[in-house]
Design a protein around this ligand. Structure first.
Ligand SMILES: [Zn+2]
Length: 89
């Protein structure tokens, strides 16, 4: 994917799923969302929309090339306790 195609996919994904992380459900501006492959490209996953989801950097990063959802890390807890006023709801 070149950057133009990537932006286009992102726009389509936002239209489909909303401007939020598929894994943790947090709402983010589009520029802070990354495109995540449900099936990693390294494992033969495609660039088609059915294989793509939006993810925040943290979830995308913690998944890596895994076929599975990101694990809840204890780090996330300490982070949420710091910014407890931001993610209410
Ligand atoms: Zn997330």
């Amino acid at each position: 994917m070149n950057s133009k195609q990537k932006r286009n996919k992102k726009t389509q994904l936002i239209r489909e799923y909303g401007s939020r992380c598929w894994w943790c459900g947090c709402y983010l501006p589009s520029e802070e969302l990354t495109i995540d492959h449900l099936k990693p490209k390294s494992k033969g996953g495609s660039d088609s929309l059915e294989n793509l989801r939006l993810a925040c950097f943290q979830c995308n990063n913690s998944r890596g090339n895994s076929l599975f959802p990101p694990e809840k890390k204890s780090k996330a807890f300490s982070l949420s306790s710091i910014s407890n006023s931001r993610n209410r709801g």
